[in-house]
Design a protein around this ligand. Structure first.
Ligand code: SF4
Ligand code: SF4
Length: 295
């Protein structure tokens, strides 16, 4: 597995209008024993593990326990990354993350949507550098330790493609564009079956497994109860998921419903992800005819 992206909590100190998970101070979260069950079910070999939220630093003790368990199971060789809004990052917290084996920290709040609007960038940069972390401005290898990076939601990529979900949809922060195929980009579903491909990423939202970061309406399975690779294997022969693996949600049309109908609905709904939701909700039954796993 090239990349596994795990949202282990929806708790967050913030409550941004563009949040696609409806994260916030009262967001859902997982007890540590469930997190440890999920860790035991992750693939044996991964190119990277990304821990995200919600805001992972809101649950710092749990995050550190997860990091310890990651190092115990996978050793020092697995690149372990966290994505954070950076609001709660201090010298002490950075020291703890370092001691518990975090290799890379992406501060992903450098945009107009987050409360700080990138105002802490200078301060955080100095904090990292004084602890001898290095900024990834030139594509450092994943094996490099103590790397940090700043980025944020961009209007053209993330808001048009990734966010027709949760609060982003309710608040109309998500700008719908039927011609924007987020599915064919990194964090979309493209290549999620293709072991070893640089575009392969599978997402776990709390415990549910999805082929992409925005999450399909249909969840592939429960990572607390089953190995992630076994869950993926069950859907490998499914034409619908093969279409998503090609990054072509419009091809869901050819599987269960007519292509013309699908093309019309995609335009009416305004987003490949909303069409994908409708397809799985109304036109798809799983390999065992099940319709019970949903986001
Ligand atoms: S976008 Fe990030 S910082 Fe904002 S509420 Fe969602 S998880 Fe929290
Ligand atoms: S179209 Fe479906 S599979 Fe593709 S990114 Fe959107 S929700 Fe995920």
């Amino acid at each position: 597995m090239e990349s596994l992206y795990w949202v282990f909590t929806y708790r967050c100190n913030d409550r941004c209008a563009h949040c696609y998970n409806e994260s916030g101070p009262n967001g859902r979260t997982l007890p540590l024993p469930d997190c440890l069950r999920i860790l035991a079910n992750l693939p044996d070999r991964m190119g990277r593990l990304i821990l995200s939220g919600g805001e992972p630093l809101v649950e710092l003790r749990k995050l550190l326990a997860i990091c310890d368990a990651v190092r115990e199971r996978f050793g020092p060789g697995l690149p372990l990354m966290i994505q954070t809004n950076g609001d709660l990052l201090t010298e002490d917290v950075l020291g703890e993350l370092d001691r518990h084996g975090v290799d890379r920290i992406d501060v992903v709040s450098m945009d107009r949507w987050h409360r700080q609007r990138g105002r802490r960038r200078g301060e955080l940069g100095r904090l990292f550098r004084s602890a001898e972390w290095r900024e990834d401005s030139d594509g450092l290898p994943l094996t490099q330790k103590r790397v940090f990076c700043f980025w944020g939601a961009t209007e053209d990529l993330w808001l048009e493609g990734n966010w027709p979900r949760g609060r982003a949809l309710e608040s109309k922060a998500a700008r719908l564009d039927p011609d924007h195929n987020f599915c064919g980009l990194w964090s979309g579903a493209v290549g999620f079956f293709d072991d070893g491909s640089p575009s392969q990423e599978v997402a776990i939202q709390l415990y549910q497994v999805f082929p992409c970061c925005p999450a399909t309406w249909f969840s592939l399975g429960d990572a607390r109860r089953e190995k992630v690779m076994d869950i993926l294997e069950r859907y490998r022969g499914e034409p619908a998921f093969q279409a998503l693996n090609r990054g072509q949600p419009a091809s869901l049309a050819g599987v269960e419903v007519g292509a013309q109908y699908a093309a019309r609905r995609l335009r009416e709904l305004g987003s490949v992800c909303l069409w994908c939701d409708e397809f799985f909700r109304e036109h798809y039954a799983g390999p065992r005819g099940e319709r019970r796993h949903f986001r």
